[in-house]
Design a binder for this molecule. Structure first.
Ligand SMILES: [Zn+2]
Ligand SMILES: [Zn+2]
Length: 222
């Protein structure tokens, strides 16, 4: 493991074996701020720990950009990078183990969540299926629009389930209805299986169980 996280300060450090010596850096992790972009890329700005700064051979700041899914370097096309820096980036990537990738992905998700939850609604460049929304009344889930946004969970009988909240987005539809799909989680905490769906009229504060999604469109709250 070349990366370690200080849980208290939330800082991440790297110890890289390079040319027979150990170089120590603090890693400043950043991600692209677009809440709907799922590039899975993190940038690491590596700042050498300053303790031996008099030494001319002491490591200098480095930057490594990694695609966490492809597990490869992901510098922007045309980005100027020296051969020495590229060699270092390759060395750094080659030293990352599974646990290091998991740590970086955790940070990626948490930073993307911050951008998603703080974005002004008008600034979100979401990609909607306009035709299906307008002609078929396709319902759209919050997490389909903001995949890194907060997720809802509910505990029923001591077991945790995910709640997928879906909304009607038809521009002139007066309905005040939404569907909450309750989903079982797999061992990794991911949504696995639909348990049931609940129709909620948030205007009237009434709810009922939905047997099939198609029934929802004929449902009356009287
Ligand atoms: Zn991105
Ligand atoms: Zn509607």
């Amino acid at each position: 493991m070349i990366l370690s996280a200080d849980r208290e300060s939330n800082r991440v450090f790297a110890a890289v074996q390079n040319d027979g010596k150990t170089e120590r850096y603090e890693c400043i992790i950043s991600v692209c701020p677009n809440p709907v972009c799922t590039c899975n890329v993190v940038s690491l700005d590596l700042l050498p720990e300053r303790t031996q700064s008099q030494d001319p051979n002491w490591p200098h700041p480095r930057r490594v950009v990694i695609d966490l899914v492809e597990k490869r370097l992901s510098f922007k096309k045309g980005e100027k990078i020296s051969k020495d820096d590229l060699d270092f980036a390759r060395l750094f990537l080659s030293k990352l183990e599974e646990g290091n990738f998991n740590l970086l992905y955790e940070r990626y998700l948490s930073l993307k969540n911050e951008f998603s939850e703080s974005a002004a609604p008008g600034s979100i460049d979401a990609n909607f299926e306009y035709h299906k929304i307008e002609t078929d009344g396709l319902l759209v889930a919050y997490n389909d629009v903001l995949p890194y946004g907060d997720q809802m969970f509910v505990t029923i009988g001591g077991k945790q389930y995910a709640v997928l909240d879906q909304f009607c987005l038809q521009p002139h539809c007066p309905c005040e209805e939404m569907i909450l799909t309750i989903m079982a989680l797999d061992g990794a905490g991911k949504k696995a299986e639909e348990i049931c769906a609940i129709a909620l009229n948030y205007g009237k504060r009434q709810w009922g169980k939905v047997m099939a999604y198609s029934d929802f469109f004929f449902r009356r709250y009287d």
